[in-house]
Write a protein that binds this ligand. Structure first.
Ligand code: NAP
Length: 279
C-alpha cells in the first residue's frame, strides 16, 4: 500500500512515519525542507508545501492512504487535490475544537482551522477519519521547559484537561491507515485522565524525582511569557483558550482504545519518554 505522511518532520507525523516504516508499505512524506527531514530510509521525500497545489498533486500521485497534519493551513488545497487524485482514505489530525466551542467561538483560529479542514474534506467527498485530539501532553512544556528556577508559571493551573500523548494519536492514525477497511467518522482522541497543570507537575515530580512548584499567572502574563514578542492577541487568546476552563468540558474518551485496541498511555509515560525536556 502507498501511504503519504504529511507533517512527518513534526511530532505526530514523525511517530506515524516511524510506526509505518519497515512494514512493507510504499511510504512518501511531503516535506518543506528535505535537508532537515530525519526520517527512516524507506520513506521517499517529496519536497513541497501543503499550500502549493502542484506539490500536493505530486505527493498524492498513486497514493492509497494519507495522514494529514494541516499544521497552520485550512486544508483547502489538499482537499481539492485529493478529490482529483482519489486516495482511498485520509486520516486528518483534527482537534476537539472542531466540536467544542471555546469562548471566542468560530473566532478562535484553532477552532476555525480545524472546522474548515474537516469541512473541506467532507465537501470534496474524500473518504476520511477525523482524529479530534485533546490538548497534547507536550503542551506542559510551554510552562515547564523554561522553569529553570524550579517554578512552573502557568495560567489556569487547576483546569483539568484529558491531555493525550502524541504517540497515541499516531497509533490511532496508523491503525486506521493500515486497516483493510478503514473506519470513517470522527473520534475523540484523549488521554486516560483529566489532569490540571498542577496535577501534571506532580506527575513530573514523581516520575523524574523533581521538586517543581507551581505558580498561577494571568493569561496576559502567560501570553507575554510563552509567545514571541509581537504575536497578535487573537493568536495568544486562541491558544490559551484551548487550555482554559472552556476546554474542560472535554472528558476522557475511548477513541484510542476503539481504534488501536489499547488504552491511552498515562501522562507519566510521556514524561518518562521526554525526561530530557525537563532539563
Ligand atoms: N498541541 C495541541 O494541544 C493540539 C491539540 C489538538 C490538535 N492539534 C493540532 O496538531 C497539529 C500539530 O501537530 P504536531 O505537534 O505533530 O506538529 P508539529 O510537531 O508542530 O509539526 C508540524 C509539521 O507540519 C509541517 N508543516 C507546517 N506547515 C506546513 C506546510 N505549510 N506545508 C507542509 N508541511 C507543513 C512541519 O514541517 P516543517 O518541518 O517544514 O516545519 C512539521 O512537520 C496542529 O494542526 C494542531 O492544531 C494540536
Amino acid at each position: 500500500m502507498k501511504i503519504l505522511v504529511t507533517g512527518a518532520t513534526g511530532t505526530v507525523g514523525g511517530h506515524v512515519a516511524r510506526r509505518l516504516s519497515g512494514r512493507g508499505h510504499d511510504l512518501v512524506a511531503l516535506v518543506r525542507d528535505p535537508a532537515r527531514a530525519d526520517l527512516p530510509a524507506d520513506v521517499t521525500l517529496v519536497q513541497g508545501d501543503l499550500t502549493d497545489p502542484d506539490a500536493v498533486r505530486r505527493a498524492l500521485d498513486g497514493v492509497d492512504r494519507v495522514f494529514l497534519n494541516m499544521a497552520d493551513d485550512n486544508g483547502a488545497v489538499f482537499a481539492k487535490a485529493a478529490a482529483d487524485a482519489g486516495p482511498g482514505h485520509v486520516v486528518l489530525l483534527s482537534s476537539f475544537t472542531a466540536v467544542i466551542d471555546l469562548p471566542s467561538g468560530a473566532g478562535n483560529i484553532i477552532t476555525a482551522r480545524h472546522r474548515a479542514g474537516e469541512q473541506a474534506l467532507t465537501d470534496a467527498g474524500v473518504p476520511a477519519t477525523f482524529l479530534r485530539a485533546a490538548g497534547f501532553d507536550y503542551n506542559i512544556l510551554m510552562w515547564a521547559a523554561g522553569a529553570a528556577d524550579g517554578v512552573v508559571r502557568a495560567p489556569n493551573v487547576d483546569v483539568k484537561l484529558p491531555v493525550v500523548d502524541p504517540a497515541d494519536i499516531a497509533a490511532a492514525a496508523v491503525a486506521v491507515l493500515t486497516a483493510a477497511d478503514p473506519r470513517p467518522g470522527a473520534y475523540s482522541i484523549t488521554g486516560p485522565h483529566s489532569l490540571s497543570v498542577r496535577d501534571q507537575v506532580a506527575v513530573i515530580n514523581e516520575t523524574l524525582g523533581r521538586a517543581y512548584t507551581v505558580q498561577e499567572i494571568s493569561e496576559a502574563d502567560a501570553a507575554a511569557a510563552a509567545f514571541r514578542p509581537g504575536t497578535p492577541d487573537f493568536v495568544t487568546t486562541s491558544v490559551l483558550e484551548t487550555m482554559g476552563s472552556g476546554a474542560a468540558v472535554l472528558t476522557p474518551a475511548d477513541g484510542v482504545k476503539t481504534l488501536t485496541g489499547n488504552p491511552p498511555r498515562p501522562f507519566s509515560a510521556w514524561v518518562a519518554d521526554n525526561a530530557q525536556a525537563f532539563a
